[in-house]
Design a protein around this ligand. Structure first.
Ligand SMILES: [Ca+2]
Length: 172
């Protein structure tokens, strides 16, 4: 597994979610939600079938890694923006996003995940501090506040899976 010093901004990539640092901060948490591309647009774009999904992941205290999914489709609102991701490649260790494949999108006020936990209102977004596609809840926890819930991490990254930063890209 080799990391790169810093990922160059890829061309023809559309930013889905800009750089997120794992800082426990209320303002940043709000900004993170504001910057999300939006599930309606994401659904429209990915239904064209022309886009792949890429994560740039910076391990805490280490370099950058990437994870790509050759197939990335987000269903519409009527399906609660259900996620389809397939064909992982990259250098970020074991595929961690497939754990959330087939899941619907959960936000603070819309619990669409299968998780049951009464203190967190059965809601993974409440538990993790951010909306995302959740199972029980996340192995790809890039919308999670550091130190909270599943922690800010990419589960399959070997040699320490805690993240410093992450970015999500759509690209052709
Ligand atoms: Ca739930």
């Amino acid at each position: 597994m080799h990391s790169v010093a810093n990922p160059a901004e890829p061309r023809r990539f559309q930013l889905l979610q800009p750089l997120v640092d794992g800082v426990q901060d209320r303002i940043q948490r709000r900004e993170r939600q504001l910057y999300w591309l939006g599930n309606d647009l994401l659904s429209q774009l990915t239904h064209s079938g022309r886009y792949k999904l890429r994560f740039d992941l910076r391990r805490r205290g280490a370099g950058w890694y990437y994870a790509e999914y050759n197939t990335f489709v987000v269903m519409g609102e009527e399906d609660n923006y259900k996620l389809h991701v397939y064909e992982y490649s990259g250098n970020a260790g074991r595929d961690s996003f497939s754990y959330q494949n087939g899941m619907m999108f959960t936000t603070y006020d819309r619990d669409n995940d299968p998780w049951k936990n009464i203190p967190s209102r059965n809601n993974c977004a409440v538990y993790n501090g951010g909306g995302f596609w959740y199972n029980n809840c996340a192995e790809c926890a890039v919308n999670t506040i550091r130190g909270r819930g599943d922690d800010f991490r990419w589960y399959g990254l070997t040699g320490g899976n805690g993240l410093q930063s992450s970015r999500m890209w759509l690209h052709c």
